[in-house]
Design a protein around this ligand. Sequence first.
Ligand SMILES: [Zn+2]
Length: 198
Amino acid sequence: MTVTWTQHRFSGGVLALSVANTVVHRDDADLTFDRFEDRGEIARFAEAANVYCADELGGRSLSVSPSAAVAAKIIALREATDRLFRHVAGKGVLETDHLSEFMLAAAKALEGHDDTVSPDRPFGSPETPLAFEAGVALSALSLLQQDRLRRIRICRNCAWLFLDRSRNASRLWCDMAVCGNRQKAKRHYRRQMAEKGG
Ligand SMILES: [Zn+2]
């Protein structure tokens, strides 16, 4: 079954967190699954990221090599990204073991691309495509800035990671229109059941 890569699936707010969120329901062993299990989805995700992450990427497009070695780098980086930033969001601290695993995975994703980036163009020049795994690494590394670390959250409904860009840094859900409403519906349902039962 192919995945429809809707805007909602980019609610992480930055490319690297939306990649981390391609494993859904990480908090629930019964529900969790990997949308990249079919490796063909990585290229389809990248195509959608070119649209939904265009601002972050400075208009540079992402290209995906279909090789198994590249897929393995992407998955290793995705898992290291999730471990590092989920811990930051939950506990407020970086674990140096997580950081070491993450830096190694990011290094492997950046290795051998012979590319350049700059303060004005953190993802490089849009004239040529950027390797997907390098783009994910650059996006993930950008989260290490203090002001961003403080704004990484875990959605209270679906356990996705997201960067909270709200003015008072108080967002509870990755996507108000989806997860915010589901939480409200759940509360409403529980209240109704309680009234019936009482
Ligand atoms: Zn959510």
